[in-house]
Design a protein around this ligand. Structure first.
Ligand code: VGL
Ligand code: ZN
Length: 208
């Protein structure tokens, strides 16, 4: 059984959003082709879903600016602009994404005391979202992952997928993803490849 995991394809990570990823919106057409391809038995989308006072926001740290390093829960934390606040337009999935065909929309990042890049568990690798169990129950053996942002949420989601479901074949669809910085994307791809994740194009994904 094969699943597609669409990571954080939200207004907040697209141009005009609060934490815009360059060209983030350009993946929506490819994501829709993957959704409609008939290649997947199951389609899951994750959604960054923060309370307004989330601890990853620079605005929660007096004197700090976005993209500076602060601390959260005693650990270094990249401080972000306020983004994907629950119930706002910024947090909505991109309006052109074919959401009717998505089987599960999984929200993450609700706990203000910790960030959660991965769709599987928080950054302390502590609280699990239940996604691994959900995929195991549905006997998923192959998982294709794409979305935003390659260097943060996609990266940690893919690495957790191989760690938590060692028997599942995990692939990262590079052209259906975008990152915040080119260096971050390069490091993410190197790390994913080193962990056995196959780096593929959407053309390869659509071909099988
Ligand atoms: C993300 C930074 C903060 C992401 C989410 O979706 O990659 N990045 N929150
Ligand atoms: Zn976030």
């Amino acid at each position: 059984m094969k699943a597609l995991l669409l990571v954080d394809i939200q207004n907040g990570f697209c141009p005009g959003g609060n934490l815009a990823v360059p060209e983030g919106d350009e993946i929506v057409t490819l994501a829709n082709q993957l959704i409609g391809s008939g290649k997947y038995d199951l389609i899951v989308a994750s959604q960054d879903w923060h309370p307004a006072d989330h601890g990853s926001f620079a605005s929660s740290h007096p004197g700090k600016n976005p993209f500076e390093i602060g601390t959260l829960g005693g650990k270094p934390q990249m401080l972000w602009p306020d983004h994907c606040v629950q119930g706002t337009r910024d947090a909505e999935l991109h309006p052109e994404l074919r959401t009717a065909e998505i089987d599960l929309i999984l929200q993450k990042g609700e706990d203000r005391s910790i960030d959660s890049y991965s769709a599987f568990r928080d950054n302390a690798q502590d609280a699990h979202t239940g996604l691994a169990e959900f995929l195991k129950e549905r006997e998923i053996t192959e998982l294709d992952i794409c979305g935003l942002a390659t260097d943060y949420c996609v990266r940690f989601t893919a690495l957790d997928a191989v760690e938590l479901m060692p028997s599942v074949k995990v692939r990262f669809i590079e052209d259906a993803s975008r990152g915040i910085t080119p260096d971050g994307v390069e490091a993410a791809i190197t790390e994913m490849r080193a962990e056995g994740i196959e780096i593929i194009t959407s053309e390869e994904a659509l071909a099988g």
